[in-house]
Design a protein around this ligand. Structure first.
Ligand code: ADP
Ligand code: MG
Length: 704
């Protein structure tokens, strides 16, 4: 049967992966390249021409006409500039060319990307540099077939202008320090330790026709108005519910596209909210995982169009309905297969694991502000702390088993046993008894230990996972370094490591919390423990440039102070821009469609009252009059709120840039937007549906 999908045949079909390279490159070139990919050795530029040639031939055989350096500027989405392979015509003929130089280095116009002041306009040069550790791939779409080459993006002076460069630097840092820890425990064979990451991606699907009738969705990715439908998500009948036909065919298509690109898409299911879904890939090395998550987001959007739908990646497309996030599952894996976060069956005896765990706890406690910042984006301000996603307070969930081991260590100085999971009995004879996990799940924790990995659950659905992983890698590298510095000098290693674990745990256990993260009690308790509760993006950004952050990132060569300052600048700018667009879109929708619709409605209502009265003077028109009064009152409120929004937006737009401007948008424009939304959402419940100028929440989320 030809239409049977052979996954292993299409998987990685469009990737210039290891197997293709082995097949197409001369042995010595392949070996050299592999050394860079696997051991982090510096790339030998002399092989670039050979690799470029093989890559070009492979791409052209598959129909490619263009290549692009694919990079991740600070806009959060990927960027590319397409060049065709054709050379300058001679005798009216062109040949297809691609040199090593073109493979290794590109020069897009850097001035069109945010740099946060790193690059003065007179030195606009920026370079893209080939990242051979993430394989090139072919993208097939309406433009044709394009060879995409993952690259870093730096300024003329080598300062990072993107998300990949610092990520790669942080991988180097954690690799070096983690190896020191492994050596202390007698591991002499591991050559490399790399973070493994699996990012679960949530998204919404809505009908494209309806999407196109909502300017707010088009311009801002979320609804700025919208009354709640009579049925919300209270029945939760959607979660893991059977996947409907149209969605199923969409997911099938998404999977095929992703598999061709070597993205190991694994699970898919409906999420808590109606119209919400999730896709999770199998975990990979962090650099790949970051690139692949960008590809996942692009693919989800692209394929939705083909199926007559629109994919919303925004963190909060619908007020009052669960938002979307991204769970960043993170662990550390050595090239010999050891997962440093695997506790084994008896964690209390696994001293290496306990040291690694203690280091992570310390790192998260010390740098909670940085982790929080790494998950800050404009949309996430609606989610964090809103009882649907983790609170804005960073804490760690360890689960019963590890909590108990830590209790033993901290109280008696000795851990002698580990709680067991036991057996799950269903009470039904024909169902098998299962071994229970030693620890139940906790869905409210922002940073949860889940068996052999940590799951950082704060990240926003539309955000790149590069920053959270850059922070995680670096803060853990720091804790490892401090531990290794002391332990390498210790005379009695066993004693020293034992004392060190106990000390670290006692000093930092305040960040551990196993209870309900959504409760008010936790907010109060966290306050008592002195844990930061950073409620918004604007309040989170300063964490990037504290002395503590600068010292950390400079020590490990991940960011310079100038790079950090530039990033903070770009984030303020991104925030201001996003809110400015939202405010202007609201103004536009309210003035041009909503107010006119309400006027039409009230006019019709008034006419009908006169008509009824004329026909039958004794008729009771108090209902109509009441509606007219109510609608007219809300109309006046709307008009006043529109004027106020215009005023404060104007003022914020004119403010000095950076933090001052972002603060103005945050503290004045955002509340003015809420003040406009309130009367409009009430009007939507009154005004004739025929007259309402856009599809309702019910239309959008229940009719996909
Ligand atoms: P959940 O129940 O939260 O969906 P899963 O076990 O299905 O958890 O895994 C979620 C994600 O975590 C997947 O992308 C998976 O590949 C990834 N993952 C599993 N093990 C690891 C690990 N050791 N390191 C990093 N990610 C992992
Ligand atoms: Mg998860």
């Amino acid at each position: 049967m030809s239409d049977v999908l052979n996954v292993s045949e299409i998987f990685g079909k469009n990737v210039f992966n290891d197997a293709v390279m082995k097949d197409r490159l001369p042995k010595n070139v392949y070996k050299k390249l592999k050394k860079t990919v696997e051991d982090g050795a510096e790339l030998d530029p002399s092989i670039a021409d050979v690799v470029a040639h093989a890559m070009k031939d492979w791409a052209i055989e598959r129909g490619a006409t263009h290549y692009t350096h694919w990079f991740q500027p600070l806009t959060g989405v990927t960027a590319e500039k397409h060049d065709s392979f054709i050379s300058a015509p001679s005798d009216g003929k062109v040949i297809m060319e691609f040199s090593g130089k073109e493979l290794i280095k590109g020069e897009p116009d850097a001035s069109s990307f945010p740099s946060g002041g790193l690059r003065a306009t007179f030195e606009a040069r920026g370079y893209t540099v080939w990242d051979c550790t993430s394989p090139a791939f072919l993208r097939e779409d309406a433009i044709g077939v394009t060879l995409c080459i993952p690259t870093s993006f730096c300024s003329y002076k080598g300062e990072a202008l993107d998300k990949k460069t610092p990520l790669l630097r942080s991988m180097q840092a954690v690799n070096e320090q983690a190896l020191r820890i492994l050596r202390l425990f007698g591991n002499t064979t591991a050559r490399r330790v790399a973070p493994s990451v699996g990012a679960e991606q949530e998204y919404f699907l809505v009908d494209r026709e309806k999407y196109l009738q909502r300017k707010d969705l088009i311009y801002t990715g979320r609804t700025l108005f919208g009354a709640m439908p009579p049925k919300g998500q209270e029945l939760e009948d959607h979660y893991f519910g059977a996947i409907r036909e149209r969605i199923g065919s969409y997911m099938n298509d998404v999977n095929k596209e992703l598999w061709k690109l070597g993205v190991p898409a694994k699970t898919q299911h409906n999420e808590v909210a109606p119209a919400q879904h999730e896709l999770a890939p199998i975990y990979e090395g962090v650099n790949q995982a970051v690139d692949h998550n960008q590809i996942v987001m692009e693919t989800l959007k692209k394929v939705a169009g083909r199926h007559g739908m629109a994919c919303l990646l925004h963190e909060k497309p619908f007020a009052g309905v669960n938002g979307s996030g991204k769970h960043n599952n993170w662990s550390l894996t050595a090239d010999d297969g050891t997962n440093l976060l695997n506790p084994g069956d008896t964690p209390h005896e696994n001293i290496q694991f306990l040291l690694v765990l203690a280091c992570i706890i310390k790192a998260v406690d010390l740098h909670a502000d940085l982790l929080r910042e790494s998950a800050a984006d404009v949309g996430n301000d609606h989610r964090l702390g809103a009882n649907e996603a983790p609170p804005a307070i960073i804490s760690i969930f360890l689960g019963e088993q590890l909590e108990d081991v830590i209790d033993q260590l901290c109280s008696t100085g000795e851990a002698t046993h580990s709680k067991k999971g036991g057996t799950l009995r269903t009470g039904v004879d024909i169902l098998p008894d299962l071994d229970k996990d030693a620890t139940d799940r906790n869905r409210t924790s922002p940073f949860a230990f889940t068996g052999n990995k940590f799951e950082f659950r704060m990240v926003g659905s539309s955000d790149s996972i590069a920053s959270p992983n850059t922070v995680l890698n670096t803060i853990v590298a720091e804790a490892f370094k401090e531990a290794a510095d002391a332990l390498e000098k210790a005379e009695d290693f066993d004693m020293a490591v034992h004392d060190m674990i106990k000390e670290m745990l006692s000093a930092h256990r305040r960040v551990i919390f196993n209870g309900n993260g959504y409760s008010d009690e936790w907010v109060a308790e966290a306050g008592k423990r002195g844990l930061p509760n950073i409620r918004s993006m604007v309040e989170a950004i300063p964490a990037l440039t504290t002395d503590k952050a600068v010292k950390l990132f400079e020590e490990f060569g991940v960011f310079t102070r100038a790079e950090l300052e530039s990033r903070a600048e770009v984030e303020y700018e991104n925030f201001s821009k996003a809110i400015n667009i939202e405010a202007r879109t609201m103004y536009d929708m309210a003035s041009k469609s909503i107010i006119p619709a309400v006027i039409k409605y009230t006019t019709q209502l008034a006419a009908s009252i006169s008509a009824v009265k004329g026909a039958c003077p004794e008729a009771d028109v108090s209902t109509q009059t009441g509606l007219l009064m109510e609608a007219s009152g809300l109309l006046a409120d709307t008009k006043a709120a529109v004027l106020r929004l215009a005023q404060v937006t104007e003022k914020a737009a004119g403010a000095d840039g950076g933090i001052a401007q972002a603060a103005a948008y945050h503290s004045e424009v955002v509340p003015a937007m809420e003040a406009l939304r309130a009367p409009v959402d009430k009007l939507e419940m009154i005004v004739d549906k025929e007259l309402w100028p856009m599809p309702s929440y019910g239309d959008l989320i229940f009719e996909v």
